[in-house]
Ligand binder design. Structure first.
Ligand code: GUN
Length: 292
């Protein structure tokens, strides 16, 4: 291995400590603590784990809040009602509806019901529009926000590295990661290419990348042949794979191969995952500070 390991767990810990200090200062000033409410509909096992981790992390930094667990059979009306109650409640600063929703529920309508000022996921069209227009002040989706912080941390240890004019390739075009990631990199003056699972000759495009962010959801999509020597590689993938009869978490990048070529690379687990939760806490504190 030649690449430097980007330790998302350690960097997330720094962010969480900063947020905890911010929560303490907020409490001192306003006599209350920020409130984060998470809605989990259905029994998707991966979502259940993510939500438990979010709940634990929020408690640890001193936030209030609740997880609203609803059955997979919840109706559109019941879900919208729950969001309506939370949007009126002044103790609620952040509302997050965990995705994916059970089949049959109108995702866009439900996400749009979360008001932009409590949208700690950054999915509301107003927040997405602010980001796409290069205007500061909106809520930024947690995974790309955290990935950007990892890029900045990795860049510090690469002499002469600058995002300005660098070629960033984002593989994946989702609203949650790929598109906002590309917008964030553009805002930092990178030259950005968005590729995806149907891109022709993906390896040739990826090999041009000074910064390569992979967010498709397919194990081993990107290997050694996709990586430019010295590149910063951010693996957003969260895939499960059977290894010796045990289910193991792995990313979209063949870590063993890519790390012989890259300059810096995130592991899975322990890379982007912990940052997503840390940035959710940062967004919730920001929302609370705006609410006062
Ligand atoms: N499911 C997978 N990632 C996310 C995320 O960042 N936010 C929400 N709400 N659901 C998700």
């Amino acid at each position: 291995m030649t690449a430097q390991l980007i330790d998302g767990k350690a960097i997330a810990e720094v962010v969480r400590r900063e947020v905890a200090a911010g929560v303490a200062a907020f409490k001192e000033k306003h006599g209350r603590v920020p409130g984060l409410h998470v809605i989990l509909a259905g029994e998707d096992p991966a979502s259940a784990v993510y939500v438990r981790n979010k709940e634990k992390a929020a408690k640890e930094v001193g936030m209030a809040g609740e997880v609203h667990r609803l059955p997979a059979t919840v109706s559109r009306e019941e879900l919208l009602d729950r969001i309506r109650v939370l949007r009126e409640d002044r103790s609620v600063d952040g509302i997050l509806v965990q995705l994916p929703l059970p089949k049959g529920l109108p995702e866009d309508e439900i996400l749009d019901a979360v008001p932009a000022d409590k949208d700690v996921d950054g999915f509301h069209p107003l927040n997405a529009g602010l980001l796409a227009s290069g205007r500061p002040g909106g809520m930024v989706p947690c995974t790309p926000f955290g990935s950007m912080r990892l890029i900045d941390e990795a860049a510090k240890s690469i002499p002469g590295f600058s995002l300005v004019g660098a070629h960033a390739v984002v593989v994946g075009r989702s609203n949650i990661v790929g598109k906002p990631m590309a917008q964030l990199l553009l805002a930092r003056h990178a030259t950005v290419t968005i590729a995806h699972s149907r891109t022709k000759d993906l390896a040739a495009i990826c090999r041009q990348a000074d910064v390569l962010v992979v967010a498709v959801g397919r194990a081993d999509l990107v290997g050694k042949d996709h990586v430019k020597p010295g590149a910063i590689v951010i693996d957003v993938g969260m895939n499960r794979r059977d290894v010796d009869g045990k289910s193991k978490l792995c990313g979209d990048v063949d870590f063993a191969g890519a790390s012989t070529v890259a300059g810096a690379i995130t592991p899975v687990p322990g890379g982007v995952g912990p940052m997503t939760i840390a940035m959710l806490l940062a967004n919730t504190l920001k929302a609370a500070e705006r609410h006062g």
